[in-house]
Design a protein around this ligand. Structure first.
Ligand code: 2DT
Length: 212
């Protein structure tokens, strides 16, 4: 029936500091939802495979230097270049599980000292997530989890700033999950919240846009 054709997928974003467990939860969610028979894809930002993504990747690996505002706009452009595909996937009924999104964009750049409204501006009009799962972990604990890698932002002091800036971005699409709990408990909460969200989207919750 026509109702079924109109059922859209959900846009679910996972956010949190480095080593908060986002990537593991994204992978877990993907197989969980696939197992239930949903159409689902797992995405991540930055998407390092595009031309813009290659520039971002080189910056993060400290192989190139860019002005703070220039790299901010590249991260944003990297989302814009995926926007129409994102919209068509959602409208055709595919749920997207996205590892980092505009909140990372604003939290990381404003943690460098850039004005928060300036940081938000280029994100305006991107698709708004239906649900943001924030995996909450104290920066010191995240650092203890096997340490950081060698990329640009992977230092405790900077992560502490990012953590503070994330808090400013919380809105009613956010659910804060204690990422220090055992992984199975985190996973259980994540699954329940995502199932509710997927159901709401199938029942006609409209897609909306960020920060308008
Ligand atoms: P991963 O380690 O998750 O690949 O992230 N970042 C990310 C930004 O500064 N702005 C953004 O818009 C996004 C999506 C967070 C790579 C690093 O890039 C940062 C960590």
């Amino acid at each position: 029936d026509g109702q079924i054709d109109n059922q859209r997928g959900a846009l679910v974003v996972l956010e949190g500091l480095d080593r908060s467990g986002k990537t593991s939860q994204c992978n877990g969610l993907l197989s969980f939802l696939e197992g239930l028979g949903f159409s689902v894809e797992s995405w991540r930002f930055p998407d390092r495979k595009t031309g813009v993504g290659e520039m971002i990747s080189s910056y993060l690996a400290n192989k190139s230097q860019l002005d703070d505002r220039a790299i901010h706009l590249l991260f944003s452009a990297n989302r814009w270049e995926k926007r129409s595909l994102m919209e068509s996937k959602l409208k055709s009924g595919t749920t997207l599980i996205v590892d980092r999104y505009s909140y990372s964009g604003v939290a990381f750049s404003s943690a460098k000292g850039l004005d928060i409204d300036w940081c938000k501006a280029p994100e305006i009009g991107l698709l708004a997530p239906d649900l943001v799962l924030y995996l909450d972990i104290p920066p010191e604990k995240a650092a203890d989890r096997g340490g950081y890698g060698v990329e640009k932002y992977e230092q405790l002091e900077f992560q502490q700033k990012v953590s503070q800036h994330y808090q400013i971005l919380r809105d009613d699409t956010w659910q804060i999950i204690d990422a220090c709990l055992p992984m199975e408990d985190v996973e259980k909460q994540v699954r329940e919240l995502v199932l509710d969200c997927v159901t709401a989207c199938r029942n006609g919750k409209p897609l909306s846009q960020l920060w308008l």
